[in-house]
Design a protein around this ligand. Structure first.
Ligand code: KIV
Length: 259
């Protein structure tokens, strides 16, 4: 097993796992110093491209961003989010995952879903592709984005899905917007780590979209905490630049070339 994956699994019940998304090299190289896992999430569809849903994200877009991220990631585990319609059956999933691993040099791929995708997960794992699971809200296929685990039947299904995924060989599972007590139960019952987004402190680790955390996006999700308003910082710098250009204070001689 990949050493980085072993390290993530070994953190369970010892230390929380720190994860964030990245879509490009410069951000990835900052995150790499502080994260255990960096996810090239298909959330880039809405965050960067204004797509109505992640369904529009293509494999090629994900590969391009992942190649950039790879340049900034040295120590963290890099996970590639397989986009919608790229893992409809075991052979399609393997063909695409192999291409992705070869082109982007990522360490693992992430797939959304439970029971339905078990044959796909098993086929990838059998063929030495490390897989991360994703249950709860499934942005690629869900129509309604409300938290999961309100009803007993739904909770039982999700808990069962996580056990099936663990048995199929995933090394970790993202829990997206799962009710507090359910995320605790899942985390306690699995041997592999759970990574929460909107799923409470009960998970073994946490993930957020970096643009949300730094205030670059306009996201208003309940589960997001904005640690800085980077928009304001960027705007301040741009205003200063504009003023200096207009007043001819920039560029100075030290920014210019002379023979
Ligand atoms: O696409 C994504 O960024 C994700 C995370 C938010 C878990 O799947």
């Amino acid at each position: 097993m990949n050493k980085k994956i072993r390290k993530i699994i070994n953190k369970k019940n010892k230390s929380k796992i720190v994860c964030l998304t990245a879509y490009s090299k410069n951000i990835a190289s900052i995150l790499d110093k502080h994260c255990d896992l960096i996810l090239v999430g298909d959330s880039l569809g809405s965050v960067l491209y204004n797509y109505k849903s992640t369904k529009e994200v293509t494999l090629q877009i994900m590969i391009n961003h992942s190649k950039s991220v790879r340049l900034g990631v040295k120590k963290s585990l890099m996970v590639f989010d397989m986009p919608y319609n790229t893992y409809n059956n075991p052979s399609e999933a393997l063909k695409n995952a192999r291409l992705v691993m070869k082109d982007t040099k990522c360490d693992a791929v992430k797939l959304e879903g439970g029971k339905k995708i078990i044959p796909i997960v098993k086929h990838l794992v059998k063929n030495k592709i490390p897989v991360m699971g994703h249950v709860g809200i499934l942005p690629q296929t869900d129509k309604k984005f409300s938290f999961k685990g309100k009803k007993q039947k739904e909770s039982n299904r999700i808990l069962n899905d996580t056990k099936l995924l663990e048995n199929a060989g995933v090394f970790s599972i993202v829990l997206e917007c799962i009710e507090i007590k359910l995320s605790k139960k899942i985390t306690e019952q699995l041997r592999i780590p759970t990574i929460g987004i909107g799923s409470s402190v009960n998970c073994d680790g946490q993930v957020l979209v970096i643009d949300d955390l730094i205030g670059l996006s306009q996201s208003k999700y309940k589960f997001v905490k904005k640690y800085v308003n980077i928009n304001r910082v960027i705007e301040g710098a741009v205003k200063k630049y504009k003023l200096e250009v207009l007043k001819k204070h920039f560029p100075k001689a030290k920014h210019s070339f002379r023979n």
